[in-house]
Design a protein around this ligand. Sequence first.
Ligand SMILES: N[C@@H](CCC[C@H](N)C(=O)O)C(=O)O
Length: 284
Amino acid sequence: MNFDFYKYHALGNDYIVIDPNKTKVNLSEENIRLICHRNFGVGSDGILYGPLFQDKSIYFRILNPDGSEAEKSGNGIRIFSRFLVDAEYVTDKEFNLGTLGGNVRVELLDDNGRRIRVDMGTVTFQSRQIPVAGPAREVVNEELVVNNQRLFITCLSIGNPHCVVPCDELGRETASGLGAAIESHELFPNRINVQFLKILNRNNIQIEIWERGAGYTLASGSSSCAAASAAYKMGLAGNEINVHMPGGIIRVDIQNDGHVFMTGSVTQVAQGVFSEDLWRQIQG
Ligand SMILES: N[C@@H](CCC[C@H](N)C(=O)O)C(=O)O
C-alpha cells in the first residue's frame, strides 16, 4: 500500500514526511498550516518534503507549521534520514543530504536508522550571517531588554538562526512568554529560534525551546547544537555535551575544526492516508 504521509518524532519533536515522488500536494502556506494543525489536521511541528533529486544529490525542504520555510532542522535531518532508509531510497550507512541551510553528512549508528549521528557543519556568531540587526559584530553575551526583563543573549547560525538566553531557572511558561517576544524582536529580520539555557555542569546543559514558526517544542536538534555551541563559546561548558530537553537528550560534540556533531534517536509514529475530507480542503 502507498501512504500519503509518514509521521515520526525525534524526542517528541514530531514531523510529517511527504514524498513528492508518491504524493502530489500543493504545499501552500494555508495547506501546511492545516496539515500541521493539531485539531483540524494531522498535527505536527512541521513537514519534511522530499526526496528532491538534483545533480545526483538528495535534498529536502523543511516547512514550519506556520507555513514558513526553515533552512535547517537537526531533528528534521535525522527523521528524514530514517525515512530514506525505511523507504529504501538509501542503503549506505553514510550519505550526504542537502538543505537550504547547507549540506550535512549523516551516519546511521544501527541497521534501521533509529539512532543517527549528523555532521551539522560549523556555526557562526557573526551578526550579518545570522542575521542580527545593527553593526557587524559577534553577538556574544549581549544585553537585550524584553518584556521589561534584562537578558544576555548569544546568537549564532548553524544554517538556521538561534538566540541562546542563559537563565537560572527554566520553565515552559518563561520559554513561551519570552520566546515569542524574542522570536519576533526587531533585532532579528528573519525571526529567530530561542533557547533558554541552564548549565548543569561542563558536560550537561538543559534547555527549553521556543522554535521560530512552531512555538514551544519538546526538543530541537539545531537548538541543541546552538545551545551547546554558545555554552562552549562562553567557556561555560566543554566540547562534549549532553543536551537535556523535556523530550529527551541529544549528544553534541564540537570538534577542533569547528564541526558540530549531533547524535540522537528517531521513532516512527504512523503511516497514513489523508481522508477525502482533508484532500478536498487542501485541493481548494
Ligand atoms: N525542530 C528543528 C528546527 C526546525 C526549524 C526551525 N523552526 C526554524 O525555523 O529554523 C530542529 O530539530 O532543529
